[in-house]
Design a protein around this ligand. Structure first.
Ligand code: HEM
Length: 141
């Protein structure tokens, strides 16, 4: 649903967080809140939505304060199958293979979390990144 161009506009497949800040917010989401599924919409909308946004913002800000760079670090287990490259749209350029039910997510099985290296990884493999810590002196406590 979040990738439908009839609901989100012609650039629906672009990863572009600015769509929450510019005129596209008014044009698509505010006009039809039911197109954004994670918390649903209407009278039974998630009561914890703002609390969840608050927690996520706080966690992200604390993370970004402690790392100067975060880059995707593709590992074989997380990569999409080679035939995706033949497909159209995002599938052709995707650099990790998301799983999905209601929303997309990166799958990590319990055995993945226990292993300190990639042996024994399931085919989904999570989404690996490399992060550079800022100097201790710069860390904001
Ligand atoms: C990322 C985090 C969260 C997501 C994606 C999420 C998503 C949802 C969704 C999809 C619903 C169903 C809405 C419907 O039936 O139309 C819901 C309901 C609800 N959520 Fe959340 N939720 C999150 C976090 C939270 C938190 C942190 C709380 C409480 C502190 C919370 C409390 C509730 C409550 C009480 C309802 C029931 C509302 C009702 O039926 O009237 N949620 N949530």
């Amino acid at each position: 649903m979040h990738r439908r161009t009839d609901l989100w506009g012609p650039d629906a497949l672009e990863f572009d967080p600015d769509r929450w800040l510019d005129e596209r917010m008014q044009k698509y989401v505010l006009r039809n809140p039911y197109i954004f599924l994670p918390f649903n919409a209407g009278p039974r909308i998630c009561l914890g939505q703002n609390f969840a946004y608050n927690q996520m913002s706080f966690m992200l800000i604390r993370l970004l304060q402690n790392f100067s760079a975060i880059a995707l670090s593709p590992e074989p287990a997380m990569c999409p199958p080679a035939w995706w490259a033949e497909k159209d749209g995002r599938q052709a350029i995707e650099r990790f293979k998301p799983r999905h039910h209601l929303t997309l997510y990166a799958h990590v099985s319990p055995s993945d979390m226990l292993s300190s290296h990639l042996i024994g990884f399931s085919s989904q493999g999570g989404m690996w990144v490399k992060m550079e810590a800022v100097d201790d002196a710069e860390v904001i406590q």
